[in-house]
Design a protein around this ligand. Structure first.
Ligand SMILES: Cc1ncc(COP(=O)(O)O)c(C=O)c1O
Length: 447
């Protein structure tokens, strides 16, 4: 079993195997290496040149069709016509920075805020999830006067200097800064009774608070992705986060709900992942699915936090919340409502988990199947040992890719299949996925 792997290494193309590639793929990989250098991260043993996409399907340069069971940026479906049209229409009319009054931008801010708890009444728009979390962390520090932050042990919250500090899954050397405390994964254990997981998680948070205070860092807050994506997808039982959040807020810290992954309906029952846990954040951050491919993010918060921060630092974002972003964001919310995507995520997600659990009955290399809505984590484990099997997961991911089905990896060992299709996924797509995984587990994983 491998040690904990950095998130970008999971399912990444290994450049040392480049000579096994042929034709156009070999040429494109070489050109990419030339321009991107060491920063180039590609998926799969044989990277794919994608040229177009629609709905739940993507198409490569040879015209092959792939079932997308991975991508959450095109959350309401790839190239959704309503979103595309909104972007085109607004681009034709006005596309500019954010220092003018504009009805489209204002209306979007008001509509988005109306979906959040009443205490969260102000919104700063940004361009990415990283920018959003960066600002959220700065707000937490300005509000509390403290630097200590609590995160999960395999968390990923972004690529800026500040968000990398709270992203243990990015740190290759394992050197977590001294003002960060990490929490063990919120995994259920055999024999757990009701409330045991919640209490265990809250106890780890309370211990982290004591330790941060004892070391003089104080408590700025806790940032959590409530579906725990990079940790390996931990959704249940609903509400388990509540005592932990209450412990943070009672100790004077700020709770940041990172909705970059669970947000915009992914978990099925509500638009926001934190709602599943019955908690009220102090700050909510948005990203990826917000514009269905148009880069946009945001930070929503209680009014006092922005006042305090802006007393000492100016904040201006040239593109954050520009007119085209706002039009894209409006269109995304339209589609979620009109196409009933929350209910779809709930119903099709239940069908997906049911199909995978049924498959687990026939394949001992499937361990736990966890998730909510259309976000599922499936552990690949040793047939006899039941131990995490990251090599088996990589064989499964690449076997699926060869059969034109796209999934990813997550978790501290990279042995969890990250199954996260667009929210317009249908039962027939689930059935195709489950059938293909069945063939891959028999043919590629066991081989
Ligand atoms: C939970 C979470 N937060 C923040 C981010 C950063 O978002 P972005 O890549 O848009 O900066 C990511 C990206 O994967 C994420 O998964």
């Amino acid at each position: 079993m491998s040690a904990s792997k950095p998130i970008l290494a999971l399912n990444a193309f290994d450049a040392s195997e480049a000579e096994e590639l042929e034709g156009r793929t070999a040429e494109m990989v070489a050109r990419r290496r030339e321009t991107a250098g060491a920063s180039s991260v590609l998926f799969y043993q044989e990277p794919i040149e994608m040229v177009r996409a629609r709905g739940v399907f993507m198409f490569d340069a040879d015209g092959n069709r792939y079932l997308d069971v991975y991508n959450n940026v095109p959350s309401v479906g790839h190239c959704h016509p309503h979103v595309v049209e909104a972007i085109v229409r607004q681009s034709e009319r006005l596309s500019i920075h954010t220092r003018y009054l504009n009805e489209t931008v204002q209306a979007y801010a008001e509509r988005l805020l109306a979906t959040l708890p009443p205490s969260i009444s102000q919104l700063v728009m940004t361009c990415t999830g990283s920018e959003s979390n960066d600002l959220a962390l700065r707000l937490a520090e300005a509000t509390t006067g403290a630097r200590g932050v609590i995160v999960t042990e395999t968390a990923y919250h972004g690529n800026t200097a500040l968000t990398t500090e709270v992203s243990p899954s990015s740190l290759k050397g394992g050197s977590i800064p001294s003002h960060i405390r990490t929490l063990p994964l919120p995994a259920e254990r055999a024999g757990d009774g009701p409330g045991d997981l919640a209490e265990r998680f809250a106890a780890s948070v309370r211990a982290a608070i004591v330790s941060l205070k004892a070391d003089g860092h104080g408590l700025a807050g806790m940032i959590v992705d409530s579906i725990f994506s990079s940790d390996g997808v931990f959704a249940d039982p609903p509400g388990f986060l509540k005592p932990a959040v209450e412990a943070v807020q009672a100790a004077g810290g700020v709770f940041i709900a990172d909705e970059v992954q669970p947000g915009f309906g992914r978990t099925g029952t509500a638009l926001w992942g934190f709602a599943r846990h019955g908690v009220t954040p102090d700050i909510v951050t948005f990203g990826k699915p917000m514009g269905n491919g148009y880069p946009m993010g945001g930070v929503a918060t209680r009014p006092g936090l922005l006042d305090r921060f802006c007393d000492s630092v100016g904040y201006f974002n040239t593109f954050g919340g520009n007119t085209v972003a706002a039009a894209a964001g409006q269109a995304v919310l339209d589609v979620i409502e009109r196409e009933g995507l929350l209910a779809n995520a709930e119903a099709v997600g239940a069908h997906l988990r049911g199909g995978l659990r049924e498959l687990a009955g026939r394949h001992p290399e499937i361990g736990a199947v966890r998730g909510a809505g259309l976000f599922v984590g499936l552990d690949v484990v040793g047939r006899d040992s039941g131990a995490p099997d990251p090599e088996g997961a990589i064989r499964a991911i690449n076997g699926l890719r060869r059969r034109h089905v796209l999934v990813g990896a997550a978790g501290p060992f990279g042995h969890t299949l990250k199954i996260r299709p667009p929210l317009c996924f249908e039962r027939q797509h689930v059935d195709l996925f489950v059938e293909t995984l069945d063939a891959v587990l028999t043919g590629d994983v066991r081989a």
